[in-house]
Design a protein around this ligand. Structure first.
Ligand SMILES: NC(=O)C1=CN([C@@H]2O[C@H](COP(=O)(O)OP(=O)(O)OC[C@H]3O[C@@H](n4cnc5c(N)ncnc54)[C@H](OP(=O)(O)O)[C@@H]3O)[C@@H](O)[C@H]2O)C=CC1
Ligand SMILES: O=C(O)[C@@H]1CCC=N1
Length: 278
C-alpha cells in the first residue's frame, strides 16, 4: 500500500459518518497530513471528535476557507441527502478537482445534474474495513476523468485496501450488495455463531470470542492461502466427523446459498431503487 504523502491539493470530506470516518481513519493512519483535510459535518459531537484528530472541520459549506482548492471531494452523506447537499459544492468543479462518491445507488449522471456538467465524478463503493487498511473498493470513473484524476482516486483508495476498476457502472449495484454491505453479513455470522454456541451451553463471552476469532482467522487464512475457499472448507471437514454434520444443514437445498442469493438480490434491487428515489 502506498503512503499518501503527495495528494496534489487538499481533501474535502462532505459528511463524515460511518463510511467517511472509516476512510478518514485509514488515510490518517497511512500518513495523510490532518492539516490537508477539510470536513463538512453537521453533527456537532462528530465535529468535536474529528477536531481532536487535527483535521479542519465546519458545520456547513459556508465555513470552508474561500480559497480552498480541493484535489478530491469525498461525497459521503447518505444517498437521501445528496439532492440537498451536493449543489453547494458545484463551485469546486474544475479540471484539477474530482468528486469521489461512495453513495449507494447514486449514478454519475444523477450527481452531475446536481454538480454541473463539468464536474468529474468517480463513483466508488468501499467498505468499512478501510478503517484498518483492509477494505475493498470498486470504482467507475466518469468518461471525462483524466488519467491523473483516476490515478489520484485509485491511490487514495489503495491506501486503505484493495481496489478494482469497473467500466460498467451498472454492476456497482451488485458490488454494493456483495462487498459494500458484506461486512454486516459477516458480523451477523459472528453473532449467529456465538448465539448458537450459547444455546449449546457455552458461556456468552467465550462463545463470542470463539466466533469472532474464528471468523477473522478463517478470513485471514482465505486471504493468505494459495488454496481456494472450497478446498479450505474441505480441509476442515473430516470424513464422518463433526463439521460434516453442520455442513449437511448449511449446504442443504434450503441452506445458506439460496438464502445468500436472496439477500444479495434484495440489496442489489435496493441500490438500483436509490438511484431513482429515496
Ligand atoms: N456504512 C457503510 O458501511 C457504507 C456506506 N456507504 C455509503 O456511504 C454514505 C454514508 O453512509 P454512512 O457513513 O453509513 O452514513 P452516516 O449517516 O453515518 O454518515 C453520513 C454523515 O453525513 C452527514 N451529513 C448529512 N447532511 C450533510 C450535508 N449536507 N453536508 C455534510 N454532511 C452531511 C450526516 O450528519 P447527520 O447524521 O447529522 O445527518 C452524517 O454524519 C452513504 O451514501 C452510503 O451509501 C458506502 C459503503 C459502505
Ligand atoms: O446499507 C447501505 O445502504 C450502505 C451501502 C453499503 C453499505 N452500507
Amino acid at each position: 500500500m502506498p503512503e499518501i504523502l503527495n495528494l496534489p491539493g487538499s481533501l474535502l470530506l462532505v459528511g463524515c459518518g460511518k463510511m467517511g470516518g472509516a476512510l478518514l481513519d485509514g488515510w490518517l493512519a497511512r500518513g495523510l497530513p490532518p492539516k490537508d483535510v477539510f470536513i463538512v459535518e453537521p453533527f456537532q459531537a462528530m465535529r468535536e471528535t474529528l477536531a481532536a484528530k487535527g483535521v479542519n472541520v465546519c458545520a456547513d459549506e459556508s465555513g470552508l476557507p474561500k480559497d480552498l482548492r480541493p484535489a478530491v471531494i469525498l461525497l459521503a452523506t447518505k444517498p437521501q441527502q445528496f439532492s440537498e447537499a451536493l449543489p453547494a459544492y458545484a463551485r469546486f468543479a474544475r479540471p484539477d478537482c474530482c468528486y469521489l462518491s461512495v453513495a449507494a445507488g447514486k449514478t454519475i449522471a444523477a450527481m452531475k445534474q446536481l454538480l454541473g456538467p463539468n464536474a468529474v465524478v468517480i463513483r466508488a463503493m468501499p467498505n468499512t474495513p478501510a478503517a484498518v487498511g483492509r477494505g475493498i473498493t470498486v470504482f467507475t470513473p466518469d468518461a471525462n476523468a483524466t488519467e491523473a484524476q483516476r490515478r489520484i482516486s485509485s491511490e487514495l483508495l489503495e491506501a486503505v485496501g484493495e481496489v478494482a476498476e469497473l467500466e460498467d457502472e451498472g454492476l456497482l449495484d451488485a458490488v454494493t450488495a456483495v462487498s459494500g454491505g458484506g461486512p454486516a453479513y459477516v458480523f451477523l455470522l459472528i453473532e449467529c455463531l456465538a448465539r448458537a454456541g450459547v444455546e449449546a451451553g457455552l458461556p456468552e463471552a467465550l462463545a463470542m470470542q470463539l466466533a469472532s476469532v474464528t471468523v477473522s482467522g478463517a478470513g485471514e487464512l482465505a486471504r493468505l492461502s494459495a488454496e481456494d475457499a472450497a478446498t479450505l472448507r474441505r480441509n476442515v471437514t473430516s470424513p464422518r466427523g463433526t463439521t460434516l454434520e453442520a455442513l449437511n444443514v448449511l449446504m442443504a437445498d434450503d441452506g445458506l446459498q439460496p438464502l445468500m442469493t436472496r439477500a444479495i438480490a434484495a440489496a442489489t434491487r435496493r441500490s438500483r431503487e436509490l438511484a431513482e428515489n429515496d
